[in-house]
Design a protein around this ligand. Structure first.
Ligand code: ADP
Ligand code: MG
Length: 803
């Protein structure tokens, strides 16, 4: 029996491959199927191994059975041989007996034995044939493939069944045979008994005859010679008979032994038969078990095949339906493509036509291009020429417009007044102390942001300025009002912003501010940087700064190497009439960081130069001079604007408090310079022919920035505290006077007779007699100004003299 070849599946195993639960479609659930397949494979492998083992066991059993059969056949052959020998001996014996007794039973027995012998031979041949057949089947089985193994097994099983059947039949036959043999043996025994009986009778007869003979001999002995002779004859005969008897007895003995042997053989054969029957029963049980196993396997196989078939059908159906759907889609696509093709064909024709024409055009293109380029060049040249001439014209017009704009702007500024006066009231601070003295003496007009009222010595005095910032006004709000002035510096105007007021009124706060809340200085420079940046496309700008202070009419450079050195203001030697300060350091700045560095540097210099900064700063004028130089790249126009940011010395009346020595000198200098500034502003605002710039270092230094179409802003700082009301009054009067100078053709010719000194300002207190305001001027007073002016208590020391 061949072992199942490894690597190939038995049909049975293949059947099991899909057994169990219904297998899903691979496309839907690939992993469970693979797992199931793997599991089935493993199971099949086990099954295969088990079957192989079974087959091997069967082969072994078969071999054992074959060897048994061979042994049995050998034994049978030996028995047959023995029987043959026995038969031959018996035949001889019978022949001899027949010759002796002429018995026919022995002959019959012999015939039977011969026939038996013959039958046994036949049987043996049949067994041999069976063996051969089995071997042949084995050989045939070895060629079986895995696919045929099951069939082979089934076939073998059938064969085994057949063999078992045959063996059964044979067994029955053998049983019959044994029975027959037994019968025959019984007959033989009977016959032997008969022959023994006969012999006994014969012996009896012979012994009787012997006795008769002996009696006769004895009777005859009694008779002389004759009797002797007879006796001798009888003795002789008797000896002969005795010899024959002995022989017969020995033969009989021998035959009995033979029978005993035969019986032994028979017994052995019966035992063999029984063991054969037992083996046959075992084989039959095994065969039945195999049959059952095969039946079960077959059933399982059929079941699995059915499941597989079902799944196959289902998969085919699904694939078919899918294929149908896909086919449908493909058909639809095809139809779409066909229609597209049909519609595309004309388009293709048109495209081909277009392509051909394009090809022609491309061929002709270089020529066309050259021609076009030629004409284009000519056209472009012409256009450039035209553009150039238009440009020239535009430039001319632009310059004219620029002039016009400047003129208009100047006119506007002239009309508005290029000197503006703002008031800023600081909040009440801790320094103001507590009690009635620290109460605010300043109130504001809710409807007019240019008016403020001061309660002084129980009387309310009202002032009208260009703008009033209440204590809550932020640095940003203040700067918003001044930023137009700052930006005009970029356009080439000179600008001056002064912070005026008594010490502690907030001048430094407005101009410098704090690091977290900067004042006009830093904001102005930031604005300048951003404006310059926005104009960078057309303009190149350079911004530089100088920081100086005027103390006791001495000008010092706070950015210089020797800040204590006094600088002089000189006329430019080029004859332009311009002033300059030799040795004044000018730092070019690019960013706010640069500015901060410059301020820091200036501050350090100022600190090292004085023992008490607060006191010193309140008695000197601090100047930040920003110069903005611009170049219009398109026109080549150059502009220079100067922004002068001045933190003036304290305007308080120190001189009156009986100060002496340096303190008095300081006070006089301050007084003089502030009066000079007032004079200059007044002269400018009233368009006087002579402006007394030279009366102080400050006005002389700022001459350029105060005259012409320059713009000036006076930020008058006041403290609202009741205790400062006198100083506040003075400051506001100063502001009012500066502002109240009328503009216009008449005032242009007006002449400053005298500007009140600080002391005089103090004297102009409300309620004084002989007050007449400059509103008496024949200018163009506004109705609002007139109404306010009526309320004002002005000194009337200004005299406008028509030219
Ligand atoms: P000045 O320079 O006129 O002598 P300061 O600028 O030094 O006066 O101001 C004096 C004090 O008042 C400072 O502490 C300053 O911070 C404060 N101060 C001035 N103006 C304001 C304001 N608008 N808001 C808040 N505090 C102010
Ligand atoms: Mg100050």
């Amino acid at each position: 029996m061949p072992a199942a070849r490894p690597g190939r599946e038995l049909p049975l195993q293949r059947g099991r491959f899909c057994s169990g639960k219904r297998a899903s479609l691979p496309a839907q659930r690939p992993f469970p199927v693979i797992q199931k397949v793997v599991a089935s494979m493993a199971h099949l492998q086990e099954e295969k191994l088990r079957l192989q083992e079974e087959v091997l066991a069967l082969q072994e059993k078969l071999a054992a059975r074959e060897s048994e059969e061979i042994a049995v056949s050998v034994q049978l052959r030996g028995q047959v041989e023995n029987l043959k020998v026995n038969l031959r001996e018996q035949a001889q014996e019978i022949g001899r007996l027949r010759s002796e007794m002429g018995g026919t039973d022995a002959e019959k027995h012999r015939d039977l034995l011969v026939a038996e012998n013959e039958r046994l031979r036949q049987e043996m041949k049949a067994h041999e044939g069976e063996l051969r057949e089995l071997r042949r089947q084995q050989a045939a089985c070895q060629d079986c493939t895995h696919l045929q193994e099951n069939a082979g097994l089934q076939e073998r099983l059938c064969q085994l069944q057949r063999e078992a059947e045959e063996a059964r039949v044979k067994l029955v036959e053998l049983e019959l045979e044994v029975q027959q043999k037994t019968n025959r043996l019984a007959e033989v025994e009977l016959r032997l008994k008969d022959s023994l009986a006969e012999r006994a009778q014969e012996e009896e007869r012979l012994s009787r005859r012997l006795r008769d003979s002996q009696e006769t001999i004895a009777s005859l002995r009694a008779q002389p010679q004759q009797i002797k002779y007879i006796i001798k004859t009888v003795e002789v005969e008797s000896a002969k008979a005795k010899q024959a008897l002995c022989e017969s007895q020995s033969r009989n003995q021998y035959l009995q032994e033979q029978v005993g042997m035969q019986r032994q053989v028979l017994k052995e054969m019966e035992q063999q038969l029984q063991s054969s029957q037992k083996t046959a029963a075992q084989l039959r049980a095994q065969i039945a078990m195999y049959e059952l196993e095969l039946e079960r396997a077959h059933g399982q196989m059929l079941e699995e095949m059915q499941v597989m078939e079902d799944e196959k059908n289902r998969a085919i159906e699904e694939a078919f339906s899918r294929a149908q759907v896909e086919m449908k889609a493909v058909h639809e696509n095809l139809a779409g493509v066909r229609t597209n093709l049909l519609t595309l064909q004309p388009a293709l024709r048109t495209l081909t036509h277009d392509y051909n024409s394009l090809k022609r055009q491309v061929r002709d293109f270089p020529l066309l291009l050259q021609e076009t380029l030629r004409s284009a060049r000519a056209e472009i040249g012409q256009a450039i020429e035209e553009v150039n001439s238009t440009n020239r014209e535009l430039l001319r017009k632009y310059r004219r417009e620029l002039q016009l704009r400047k003129k208009c702007h100047n006119e506007l500024v002239r009309l508005k007044g290029n000197i503006r006066v703002f008031g800023r009231v600081r909040p009440i601070t801790k320094e103001d102390g507590e009690g009635p003295e620290a109460v605010s003496a300043v109130t504001f007009d809710a409807d007019d942001d240019a008016v403020l009222h001061l309660l002084h010595k129980g009387k309310q005095v009202s002032f009208e300025l260009d703008k009033v910032f209440p204590p809550q006004a932020s640095q940003e709000e203040v700067f918003q009002e001044v930023q137009a002035l700052v930006t005009s510096c970029i356009d080439g105007y000179n600008v001056c912003i002064f912070a005026y007021g008594q010490t502690g009124a907030g001048k430094t706060y407005t101009m410098e501010g704090t690091s977290t809340n900067p004042g006009i200085n830093q904001r102005a420079l930031q604005l300048l940087f951003s404006e310059v940046q926005s104009k960078a496309a057309d303009w190149d700008y350079a911004i530089s700064v100088s920081v100086a202070e005027i103390y006791n009419e001495a000008l010092r450079d706070l950015l210089g190497k020797e800040p204590q050195e006094k600088l002089e203001i000189k006329l430019c030697p080029d004859g332009s009439g311009q002033l300059y300060v030799p040795g004044l350091t000018e730092f070019s700045v690019q960013s706010v960081e640069d500015i901060n560095k410059v301020f820091e540097f200036g501050h350090v210099n100022r600190v090292t130069e004085c023992t008490n900064l607060n006191e010193h700063s309140s008695r000197s004028h601090a100047l930040l001079i920003v110069t903005v130089r611009g170049l219009d790249r398109s026109t080549g126009l150059r502009t220079t604007g100067k922004l002068n940011l001045v933190d003036l010395a304290g305007s308080e009346r120190v001189g009156r408090s009986g100060a002496e020595g340096s303190r008095l000198r300081e006070a006089q200098y301050i007084n003089r310079s502030l009066s000079a500034l007032g004079d200059v502003i007044y002269a400018l605002r009233s368009r006087q022919g002579h402006v007394p710039f030279r009366n102080s270092k400050l006005t002389y230094l700022l001459q350029d920035s105060l005259s012409g179409d320059s713009k000036t802003l006076m930020m008058v700082q006041v403290s609202p505290a009741e205790k400062n009301s006198s100083e506040t009054l003075c400051s506001l009067k100063f502001a009012e006077r500066v502002r109240s100078v009328e503009l216009g053709p008449v005032s242009r010719k007006a002449e400053l007779v005298s500007w009140p000194s600080q002391e005089q300002l103090e004297g102009d207190l409300p309620g004084s007699s002989s007050r007449s305001h400059a509103s008496s001027s024949p200018g163009l007073p506004s109705s609002r100004a007139t109404s306010i002016r009526r309320k004002l208590q002005t000194s009337g020391k200004l005299r406008l003299v028509p030219v």
